[in-house]
Ligand binder design. Sequence first.
Ligand SMILES: NC(=O)c1ccc[n+]([C@@H]2O[C@H](COP(=O)([O-])OP(=O)(O)OC[C@H]3O[C@@H](n4cnc5c(N)ncnc54)[C@H](O)[C@@H]3O)[C@@H](O)[C@H]2O)c1
Length: 425
Amino acid sequence: MKLTAVDQTSRPSMIRDITLAPSGHRKIEWVSRHMPVLNILKTEFEKDQPLAGKRIAMCLHLEAKTAYLALTLRAAGAEVVVCASNPLSTQDDVVAALVEKGVTAFAWHGATPEEYDMHIAKALDCEPDALIDDGGDLVGMLHRERPAQARKIMGGCEETTTGILRLKAMEREGSLLFPMMAVNDAFMKYLFDNRYGTGQSVWDGIMRTTNLVVAGKTVVVAGYGWCGKGVSMRAKGLGARVIVTEIDPIKANEALLDGFEVMPMQQAATEGDVFITVTGNVNVIRREHMAVMKDNAILANAGHFDVEVSKPDLEASAVSRRTLKNNIEEYLLPDGRRLYFLAEGRLVNLAAGDGHPAEVMDLSFSLQALSLLYMLENRERLLPRVYNVPEEIDRKVAELRLRSLGVEIDRLTEEQERYLASWQL
Ligand SMILES: NC(=O)c1ccc[n+]([C@@H]2O[C@H](COP(=O)([O-])OP(=O)(O)OC[C@H]3O[C@@H](n4cnc5c(N)ncnc54)[C@H](O)[C@@H]3O)[C@@H](O)[C@H]2O)c1
């Protein structure tokens, strides 16, 4: 039996194997040395205990940086319960280390869809006061299956674009039952995490999985949002020819002036060696595109859900499939062409890599911690809506980051302040 039930905390965890913990502790130690802003906050929290008596459920990619956020919330006095936001991004050694540190965990790598849902349900059974979600699965289950429990939740924070789209849909139809902070939409999140984090880690995941050269290849990036900009920028830096596909004319213009070719997917499909979807949308690469792709084309997704490359279409197009190496699935088409699908279409940077660099997640998770505190402190006046992260929190994280790097910036003089505030020169 792959399940290990561990009862080291007040609650039993469900994880793969507690004996994996030593390597998890070392991974967490490594990232903690590269997350200076979170370290400053952790020191403050240890003293002030702002989350004492609160139980927080976190549904995030369970790897070392997230683990360090969980430990930071624990240092703030919270009881912390974690479950996964993706079955393939969970690192079993990190989860084991968290349990040894007193966090309750329900997750293992490669959970089936039923196990994945069961883990989320178990986390909710712990009756959290507040939550941190990544993609909306925790909030979704609360609203679909447990409305009475949802009404008792104080609120939460959402990490990613896709989760915020879902929350805004719930807000529009009046079904959202508690306040949620849109952490993704803070400047110190999307400008760095989505752009530079995804930009670097997607290539890390693809390169370590395929061990192929990027220079000289034609890379097709579907979606020129914040993630797509980063993925395209780093592809260019690695020496690739980059084609962008978009549905938004403004983003398409941006891509053109950033120096990329823009064309519809049907045309790009004939030219690409590597395809990366990062749209947050469904069926962006479909059967008609697969029908014209080159032999050996590589398909990967970096959007939140594994729906951007149509798996049913890939299955239907192929006469056979086999696993060639870890995270590379080969699909043989009737005419002899082979398409290679990475990490089952899950976020390639997390399912086939370690996710974003620690320095980047330092910013995102500092925003998470501060937004959670803000939400709890202001709960009385917050309605069941989606709230932007206050500018003071964005600026605090930006300033702490600069301080940790030893970088100073100029301050406005009084004359400059007056000038900027006046209309009569
Ligand atoms: N891999 C990661 O670590 C990671 C990190 C952050 C966000 N994400 C996820 O990546 C996805 C994109 O996030 P973002 O912040 O860049 O969002 P975004 O809204 O800034 O960009 C998405 C872009 O995709 C375009 N698009 C939509 N449908 C399309 C289609 N059919 N063809 C081509 N383009 C299309 C949109 O016009 C938009 O420009 C989301 O699912 C988000 O949750 C992943």
